[in-house]
Each structure stands twice: as C-alpha cells, then as structure tokens.
Design a binder for this molecule. Structure first.
Ligand SMILES: [Fe+2]
Length: 191
C-alpha cells in the first residue's frame, strides 16, 4: 500500500480504538451509570482536532484528485457521499461535545438516554464512513493512482500531526493516550 493510503489506514485504526472506548463509556451511560466524562470529552476533542480537521481534508484532496483523473467513474456517487459526510461530521462532533458538557454540568438540554443514543449514532456513523472508504474507495484509488499522482499528492497534501498517536502526544491528550495503552495492553507503544 502507498505511504499516503497507509497513513490514512493507520488513522482509521486509531479512530476504531477511540470509538471502542467511546462505546464502553456510552454503555455505562445507557445503563444508568456515570461514564468517565473527561475521557468522553477528550475523545471528542481529539476527533475535532485531528480526524475532522486534518484526516478528512487529506482524504478530500486525494478523492478530488482521483475524480479529476478519472471523470465519470463508477465511484462518483460514493465520493460525493463521503464528501457530504466529511462536511457533516465536524459539526456533529462539536454538537455532541456540547451535549456531553451540558449533561455533565447538569444543564441538560437532553436526557441521558438521548445522549447515549446520539453517541451510539455517532459511533455507527464513524464505522460506516470508514468502512466505505476502506472497502469501496481505497482499493480502487490504490490501484489506479500512478506514481506521478502519488508524487503530486505527497507534495501538496496538508501537513498531518496527530496530537495523540503522533511522534509527540500533546499534553492535553496524555490521559487519553494512557487509557488507550491500557486497553491495548501496550500494542500502540511507540518504538
Ligand atoms: Fe477516513
């Protein structure tokens, strides 16, 4: 797999880990217990800061490049759907974080059950989105983009600096990173 797609695939693996953690906390909430609110907020902050702000724009650029090279391909509809989701996911993350904060502070604008349901919808949306990219798009993009395409993309893609899984974990995400390590029994440790 090319370095570009391999990096996106690694991001997806990380998002899956975070959605698993978020799912565990959502299950606590749905069963009437208090989740670890800080952990939930950290996950949503990460989603806003990295996947929404950096990972999706990189994919957009790759998919747009693909569309310019292969006009009217059978992937047009899928690419349009993914682009729509890339526009919808960032505000969904922010809205969800606001809902979580309002429940935590007792200024609830929705019930705990409604929040659990919103969190589960969000998790399902992330899984579906990634599954479409990984199963429908990445294999074709990988197969059709030439070495020259990859060179152009490598030179023009926006920088990516993952604040949790990158070479340096930002201080605000240290606690989140530790929780991920505990869940993985260390398989995400850096070299
Ligand atoms: Fe993605």
């Amino acid at each position: 797999m090319s370095d570009i797609l391999s990096a996106l695939h690694t991001d997806h693996r990380h998002i899956h880990k975070l959605m698993r953690l978020l799912g565990q906390q959502t299950a606590l909430l749905a069963s009437g217990n208090d989740p670890d609110w800080d952990l939930v907020i950290d996950i949503l902050n990460y989603m806003a800061q990295y996947p929404d702000a950096c990972h999706h724009p990189r994919e957009e650029q790759i998919f747009n490049h693909f569309r310019q090279r292969y006009k009217n391909s059978d992937l047009d509809e899928t690419i349009e759907r993914l682009a729509r989701e890339h526009r919808e996911l960032p505000p969904a993350t922010i809205e969800l974080r606001n809902q979580v904060e309002s429940i935590r502070e007792g200024a609830a604008i929705l019930t705990r059950d409604e929040l659990a349901s919103s969190l589960n919808d969000y998790i399902a949306q992330q899984h579906n989105h990634i599954a479409t990219e990984e199963n429908r798009l990445f294999p074709v993009v990988e197969h059709r983009l030439t070495a020259d395409d990859l060179k152009i993309l490598e030179a023009t893609l926006p920088e990516q600096q993952d604040p949790v899984f990158g070479s340096v974990t930002e201080q605000q995400f240290e606690a989140l990173y530790r929780r991920i390590l505990e869940g993985d029994e260390g398989d995400e440790k850096r070299p």
